[in-house]
Design a protein around this ligand. Structure first.
Ligand code: G3P
Length: 227
């Protein structure tokens, strides 16, 4: 499973990219708003993310509401950097826009996916990525892990490799809030986990690692004191 970071914060992206284990970035309008960014700076901000993560896919979301608007905005976003992926929320208009953009070689990440049929329709329209949400299911007292497991299984039943040279559609498990969500996504075989900064930091640590390191350091002090 690949790790993406789910943020538009440049410092968070820089830090996590420096670990050497990051495979991409996802953003959305809420995450950009959280940075305090203004509309006029949006495209420049996306370019900065693309430069930090050169060669890695960076999802930038269109806020257009018509097929024509999504295609136009998608083309403009895709022209910002070679690693831009155009993110579209699933609906009839975005399916049509996805097909047009995909046929032009522009990668689309279809987001706000909550069901198997939505995921299959997005893949059929040529989406390079589909993003089902886990945490928002948990928020309404449903089992987000189970719902996304269904989507992983259903997409895996079919070959979408005909759409692109990279082997078809990949599932980005989104709306992940905890290391356990990440574990569960790996166990069900999601291709990618897009994880917010705070949860990604938690994935890096474990109390037994902290204790183990403290005892290694204490014992090494004894060795160096005797030298
Ligand atoms: O990538 C989608 C994600 O940002 C949504 O997360 O926690 O707002 O449900 P959340």
């Amino acid at each position: 499973m690949k790790f993406f970071i789910d943020t538009a914060d440049l410092d968070e992206i820089r830090e996590c990219a420096s670990w050497g284990a990051l495979s991409g970035v996802t953003t959305n309008p809420s995450l950009y708003a959280k940075t305090g960014g203004k509309l006029a700076d949006f495209e420049g901000h996306m370019v900065k993310i693309c430069e930090i993560c050169e060669g890695l896919p960076v999802s930038a979301e269109s806020t257009a509401t018509t097929t024509e608007g999504m295609v136009e905005e998608g083309r403009r976003l895709a022209a910002l950097a070679p690693n831009i992926v155009v993110k579209l929320p699933i609906c009839a208009e975005s399916l049509a826009a996805c097909r047009t953009l995909a046929s032009e070689g522009i990668k689309v990440n279809m987001t706000l996916i909550f069901s198997v049929p939505q995921a299959l329709l997005a893949a059929r329209a040529g989406a390079r990525y589909v993003s089902p949400f886990v945490g928002r299911y948990d928020d309404i007292a449903e089992d987000g892990v189970e719902r996304v497991a269904d989507i992983v299984a259903a997409i895996g039943n079919y070959d979408f490799g005909w759409w692109n040279e990279e082997g078809g559609v990949e599932i980005i498990a989104a709306s992940l809030r905890t290391p356990n969500h990440v574990t569960q996504m790996a166990l069900i075989g999601a291709d990618i986990a897009t994880v917010p900064y705070a949860a990604l930091k938690k994935c890096l640590t474990h109390p037994l690692t902290v204790n183990g390191l403290a005892s290694f350091e204490a014992d090494w002090k004894k060795v160096t004191a005797e030298a």
